[in-house]
Design a protein around this ligand. Structure first.
Ligand SMILES: Nc1ncnc2c1ncn2[C@@H]1O[C@H](COP(=O)(O)OP(=O)(O)OP(=O)(O)O)[C@@H](O)[C@H]1O
Ligand SMILES: [Mg+2]
Length: 228
């Protein structure tokens, strides 16, 4: 496993949901360090479910997921939580910015969870907020932000602990095209510079265009789309 140069290696993944309804089977996905992959597909095909499985938040019925050489299925609940905290950054479809923390506290959270030095965590969180164009808002709260601003906070939080695997569910869904382009290039740059593996679900052609590969999710897994 240590020989596999892929940061994310997914093999023969299968998932059904109650109904029962098959979402996908025999799904394979390899993502190299510094690579950003976009996943597209109709509403309800299972894109968010797939990301949740990759993050260890949902379980597949078959197959395996290996993140930076570690097989998710071999871990117990607490080891899986630790892996998620240390190695994964997640931008959720609904941002999950905590309303009772300030923005800088929200962004610093992934660092605070793994290291006791809150001073360093907050300094890095401030830098991330600046990078997404929200410096000056650090001590504000989620209730005072627009949807697009919340999305930028969510992206800052997903990147702050330099995760090996960055998962994003519609990271620019609520942004105007100009802001979306800015946030997206920040997102793609961070993945390439940090040598992380990025998997982004999107409905937007503009977002997909920044990815190294575009894959369509269907019953038989992920199919690569070439050209436009
Ligand atoms: N725990 C569950 N129980 C029953 N059905 C579920 C469960 N989780 C997901 N589903 C169903 O699985 C399907 C896939 O859901 P998912 O959220 O992954 O779709 P999606 O591709 O992300 O869609 P969208 O583009 O609208 O976000 C949906 O039909 C959803 O209702
Ligand atoms: Mg979804």
């Amino acid at each position: 496993m240590a020989d596999n140069p892929m940061l994310l290696a997914v093999k023969d993944l299968g998932k059904s949901v109650p109904g029962p309804r098959l979402l996908f089977r025999t799904l394979d996905l390899d993502v190299a360090p510094g690579e950003l992959v976009a996943i597209i597909g109709e509403s309800g095909v299972g894109k968010s479910t797939l990301l949740n499985i990759l993050a260890g938040l949902d379980e597949a019925d078959a197959g395996r997921v290996v993140i930076d050489g570690i097989e998710l299925g071999a871990l117990d609940e607490s080891a899986r939580t630790r892996l998620r905290r240390e190695k994964i950054g997640f931008v959720f479809q609904a941002f999950h910015i905590l309303p009772y923390l300030t923005l800088v506290q929200n962004v610093a959270l992934p660092l605070v969870l793994v290291s006791p030095d809150t001073g360093v965590a907050h300094a890095r969180a401030q830098a991330m907020l600046k990078a997404v164009g929200l410096d000056g808002r650090s001590d504000g709260y989620a209730r005072d932000l627009s949807g697009g601003e919340l999305q930028r906070v969510a992206i800052a939080r997903a990147l702050v602990h330099r995760p090996a695997l960055i998962l994003a569910d519609e990271p620019t869904g609520n942004l105007d095209p100009e802001t979306a382009a800015r946030v997206l290039s920040l997102f793609a740059d961070a993945i390439r510079e940090q040598g992380a593996a990025g998997v982004m679900v999107t409905h937007s052609a503009a977002s997909a265009a920044i990815a190294d590969r575009v894959l369509t999710l269907g019953l038989d897994g992920l199919v690569e789309r070439r050209g436009r």
